[in-house]
Design a protein around this ligand. Sequence first.
Ligand SMILES: C[S@@+](CC[C@H](N)C(=O)[O-])C[C@H]1O[C@@H](n2cnc3c(N)ncnc32)[C@H](O)[C@@H]1O
Length: 204
Amino acid sequence: MTNQARVWDRFAKKYVASPIDDVAAYEHKLELTRKYLRPDMKVLEFGCGSGNTARLHAPHVASYTAMDISAKMIAHGRAVGPVPENMSFKVADFATAKVTPEAYDMILALSVLHVLPDPGAVVRKVAGALKPGGFFVSSTVPVGEFGLLSLIAPVGGALGVIPKVSRITTDDIRTMMTDAGLTIVEDWRAKPKSALFLIAQKSV
Ligand SMILES: C[S@@+](CC[C@H](N)C(=O)[O-])C[C@H]1O[C@@H](n2cnc3c(N)ncnc32)[C@H](O)[C@@H]1O
């Protein structure tokens, strides 16, 4: 098991039990995503946590894989309630998992890119795994824009006290998308300091 998986396992019970911070913003992100969902889509969400968002989107597509590096996160998530028939959970590290090129119509990473050691490499992997015209939906905390937190968080991460974070900014996140050949089609933040929600499309 990797260190990352171990840390997230430790946080799983508390994370799954914690309420959504900003319900209106969460619902707006669901709505923005839903504009792009079609019944024939094959979807992958990595860093799915409890799978709560996956449960809501899965009924609108053909198949939905909800992946997370933490077996405990998924175990707590399964215990939350029933799972749609076309949805499956998978314990895996997206960064190292074998992913078939051009396999998915949509990939989601919600509150995930900033907890990856090399988010740029992962965005490139996402772009390779999307079918032409496919969508990457992400919501990312620009940790690099949070003053003191951006300095303290990496120390806590290195000590294993909290999950590791990358000190990325909103500009970094947008550049990662365009560098990977994706075009941003939705760019939204609930408030000036909120997570950056993007939907980026691979060219047809
Ligand atoms: C901040 S939580 C977000 C969970 C959920 N997406 C949400 O919005 O509530 C980050 C999640 O990403 C998972 N994760 C971290 N690194 C990962 C990786 N390399 N591959 C798959 N999942 C990962 C963690 O286990 C954790 O469940």
